[in-house]
Design a protein around this ligand. Sequence first.
Ligand code: G4P
Length: 526
Amino acid sequence: MALIDEIKRRRTFAIISHPDAGKTTLTEKLLLFGGAIHVAGAVKSNKIKKTATSDWMEIEKQRGISVATSVMGFDYEGYKINILDTPGHQDFAEDTFRTLTAVDSVIIVVDIAKGVETQTRKLMEVCRMRNTPVIIFVNKTDRNGKNPFDLLDELEDELKINVRPLSWPINQGQDFKGVYNIYKQKLDLYRPSKQVVTESLEFEDITSPDLEQHIGENDAMQLREDMELINGVYDAFDVDAYLSGRLAPVFFGSALNNFGVKELLDCFVEIAPCPRPIVSEEREVKPEESAFTGFIFKIHANMDPNHRSCIAFCKICSGKFERNVNYKHIRHNKQMKFSSPTAFMAQRKETVDEAFAGDIIGLPDSGGTFKIGDTLTAGEQLHFKGLPSFSPEMFKYIENADPMKAKQLEKGVQQLMDEGVAQLFVNQFNGRKIIGTVGQLQFEVIQYRLEHEYNAMCRWEPISLFKACWIESDDNSALEMFKKRKAQYMAKDKEGRDVFLADSGYVLQMAQNDFPKIRFHFSSEF
Ligand code: G4P
């Protein structure tokens, strides 16, 4: 197949949601349709977490929280689908943000009863920053939930995006009859079953009296009224508005009952974007360019506890990647070839000979060769950007708890930070190391991993900080003056950039007032 055709058939996306909305269940159903797994339906969700998604890390087994972000690839109707799973737990939000830099579109799962929840709101902000096309799947229609019109308003208000329903629920909860597939003009009737796929009837004309036969008089009347309202309120679906991230089509269904999932998938492969051009510092790179380029967006350590190694996840941005061919590691200015790159096919990973723009490959790394954000190319000097760090929410001093193991601790901390587990700041005043995270759980992960992977012991000491701000100024002397005046609060991040550690919102506000020539940023990319 020609390179361009390989690229056009690829759909690389992430499913995101607030925990418990049904992301895992939906992922499993999509894998079922792709024939990537064969267990029909009723697999317990927590069991899925252990099979359909990765349980490579010991800690994940212990806590039952999906710490890892895994990739699941499968073929469906001629398309090559790559689903990037994201950790549901909010403490790993940073991991999810990075994953969103490697996808071409996103499906957001929302619980019909709970509506938009905090985590969904935050993740949508990241999608908006990058104009990522978004489809919304309203899940659990088999349960009583919000009025669908109210929910659409809520989605628009809370997620700050225009919406357009492409399917519509006929009643809900106990009385749920199915959905009208607006996109395909079909009536999908609900048979509560975890095994059987839905019954779907062509139904172009909902004014036809046949409708009553299928869903009864009241629901038929209601559906006609609803459709009239929808067509009055919402413009016709505009694919371009979706592709530019301005409009989110909305589907209704029940992932658990395998209802509405195929409709979602069929529409998704049709409208979702294939790999798109990616901006590097030097130029825009188009996926169909023949020369390979890619970047590392995730590093996963010790997937096999018996075999100490890392896997760097590389998103291919252009061309074709081949096994055993020399590529340039830009940061190290070094040629490298990979004898066992892996592709992720559902639960398996297998060695691949080639992969194309849009695909994610795993590159085994035994010696800390890769850092998050590294670029690989066929030779061209390129740097992909767009992996910003956000200011952490929680901070602690990290101290060595075993003086005999200082070197191990140093190495462990360094590698964990390169993996992007958390952020390290070194206070320039007293030289102490500060770890910043999104949530408490990450401190526990770091301590556990230092102990089990690096044989090092750490101790946490409290520090009260509000935010870490990256600072810059066009006026060098103003910058120097600021750093001198705030010496106790100045730190360097791991790239050596200046960071101001504000211990309260008030202090930050004062600093902003007192030093108007300094720009304060809450993310490392500005
Ligand atoms: P997550 O990955 O977003 O965290 O959610 P997950 O798929 O694990 O689903 C969370 C819970 O919601 C699970 O129940 C799952 O069975 C249930 N669920 C998912 N989709 C639907 C749906 O369409 N309808 C209904 N009624 N429930 C749904 P659980 O009790 O946590 O687990 P389990 O014991 O049922 O497996």
